[in-house]
Design a protein around this ligand. Structure first.
Ligand code: ZN
Length: 109
């Protein structure tokens, strides 16, 4: 089973993640927030009907300001954002999906 082994803020803009299968991925903090999987951000799917919330045209102050990240059990992270939002639970599979694999330059010939 895929596990996140290490999570590190590599700059003010990016996070790096290391996975149990040896892959390293990266994600921008902005994208992490944009992909927030909670019902308020992504909408809820009820049977075959899905409800998509209207995106606010103006970013709320602090919404891309990553305050901290809690690890929930051994299956997800829960970030706290500058605007107080913290209902997004990012499971490992989802996190892996929305992040980008980093080419390991030292491993190439
Ligand atoms: Zn959300």
């Amino acid at each position: 089973m895929l596990q996140l082994t290490k999570l590190k803020k590599t700059s003010d803009l990016d996070l790096s993640m290391w996975w149990s299968d040896g892959v390293q991925t990266t994600i921008s903090i902005k994208r992490l927030r944009d992909e927030c999987p909670c019902a308020g951000c992504k909408g809820e799917s009820v049977l075959f009907e899905s409800y998509a919330p209207v995106k606010l045209p103006i970013a709320r102050p602090g919404m891309y300001d990553l305050k901290k990240i809690d690890v929930i059990g051994n299956y997800a992270i829960q970030p706290l954002w500058g605007d107080g939002h913290n209902t997004g639970l990012y499971g490992w599979d989802y996190l892996r999906q929305i992040s980008t694999p980093v080419e390991d330059v030292s491993a190439s010939r």
